[in-house]
Design a protein around this ligand. Structure first.
Ligand code: FIX
Ligand code: ZN
Length: 427
């Protein structure tokens, strides 16, 4: 972090060319805290996804693969992971031009490792990735992407993952937990039958001591994983308040736990799960969410800090306005179907114009390690453009900024806003 003196003594930028260059430099090199990913450290064994086969089995690419193939879903899923990767490579990178954002991402990852993005097969790429020492490769990818910290998505209902936590695996200090509560909040009362809850003798109508037992369950996992925040995704029809189990679980279990542990609650709004189950993880879709539900939740819980991201393009402006009304609401990232350069550009400009530097511009949602390279590479370019434009407007209005001020502002959006919001500095 730059000191006040360093900022004050740094050179003023009176020319737009130099100003833009400095912005690009600051944004492309600033260490970022990646506040939402599906990454796990190498210590988490099979949950640690990396390399060309995992990259080509990414559900973004699978969804696009089925737009151009005659292969049936059933036949595709019968293939092994490497066979699926070969099919995706052949169809989307050899027989067609990798024009989509997800396909372009693969090209930029291969380029980053000097691998041929037009290779007729995956032999070279496989040999390269299989020859890497996992920890060295992990370190290298984080430094290539300038990612200082990675926040995971930890599901207390995922048995494979929870067995790893219960085995006392030590966690790389660059990794941080985030407790994901979708199954508890969105799948009640079916969640009762999961291995995580089956021993708790819970009542499907949440009667008796069920609420206190669920609180204890949550307290235990907060104790075990020390999450930076709790999170959940919500369907477009989510409303608050409401007469349903989700509302009761939020009010009587999740929000009290957030208050008691001083934890933020991340809301990821507008996802419709499994609209095409044949696509598995690629089968989810979106819908426009009711941002007034979020506003009412912020108003009803002023002592809880909310992180929020919305999946629908139509909700982005509403989220900005809601954040102007509630200072316990922090908009973050361009999630999933809006994580495309043309839309990231629009969202980032809108947020800068309406919120100044008081938001978190992006998260990667990386599922495979090397996604950090392509997703942050692309986002930094788009964010630098939008930010450069704001500084240029200031310059035209007669306000010059210095290198130090640009670095300060970028550090705030890429790291400090989140650190402050979840109290990372105090841990
Ligand atoms: O709910 C989520 O965290 C989503 O990001 C995922 O479910 C989704 O599959 C994804 O990977 C999006 O990028
Ligand atoms: Zn995600």
């Amino acid at each position: 972090m730059l000191t006040e003196n360093q900022i004050a003594s740094s050179e003023m930028l009176a020319g737009s060319t130099e100003l833009r260059r400095q912005v690009r430099m600051a944004v492309s090199t600033a260490p970022v805290i990646d506040i939402h990913t599906h990454l796990f450290p190498p210590e988490f064994d099979s949950l640690f996804l990396h390399g060309i086969d995992d990259l080509l089995n990414y559900h973004y690419l699978v969804a696009e693969f089925f737009r151009s193939t005659n292969l049936s879903h059933a036949a595709f899923w019968k293939l092994s992971k490497t066979e699926r990767a070969d099919r995706v490579w052949r169809l989307m990178f050899i027989e067609n031009t990798p024009l989509s954002e997800a396909a372009c991402g693969i090209v930029s990852i291969l380029q980053a490792f000097d691998l041929d993005p037009k290779s007729p097969d995956l032999a070279e790429a496989r040999a390269f990735f299989n020859s890497r020492d996992l920890h060295e490769h992990f370190d290298r990818v984080l430094s290539m992407a300038s990612v200082s910290d990675v926040v995971m998505t930890n599901d207390p209902f995922n048995e494979r993952e929870m067995n790893l936590w219960n085995s006392g695996k030590s966690l790389d200090p660059r990794f941080h937990a985030a407790l994901r509560l979708d199954r508890l909040v969105n799948e009640w009362p079916d969640a009762i039958d999961t291995a995580a809850l089956s021993a708790l003798q819970l009542d499907p109508n949440l009667c008796g001591s069920s609420i206190s037992r669920l609180r204890r369950f949550l307290d235990d996992w907060i104790e075990r994983t020390a999450p930076l925040y709790m999170g959940l995704s919500l369907p477009p029809e989510f409303s608050f308040p409401a007469e349903n189990f989700r509302d009761r679980l939020l009010r009587e279990v999740v929000l009290p736990a957030a208050r008691d542990h001083g934890l933020s609650l991340a809301l990821m709004m507008g996802v419709r799960r499994g609209v095409n189950p044949a696509l598995k993880a690629a089968g989810d879709s979106l819908g426009r969410a009711d941002i007034t539900a979020l506003e009412r939740m912020c108003a009803a819980n002023p002592e809880v800090r909310f992180l929020a991201t919305v999946l629908s393009r139509e909700n982005q402006h509403e989220l900005c306005v809601a954040a102007r009304k509630f200072n316990n609401l922090m908009p973050f990232g361009c999630w999933w179907f809006v994580n495309n350069p043309s839309i990231v550009s629009e969202i980032t400009r809108e947020r800068l114009e309406m919120l100044g530097p008081s938001f978190i511009p992006q998260h990667s949602d990386a599922v495979v390690l090397e996604h950090l390279i392509s997703k942050w590479g692309q986002s930094r370019r788009v964010i630098a453009d939008a930010l450069g434009e704001r500084y240029e407007s200031l310059l035209q209005a007669g306000y010059t900024v210095s290198e130090g001020e640009i670095v300060r502002d970028v550090n705030r959006m890429f790291a400090e806003n989140f650190r402050d919001w979840v109290g990372l500095n105090a841990r």
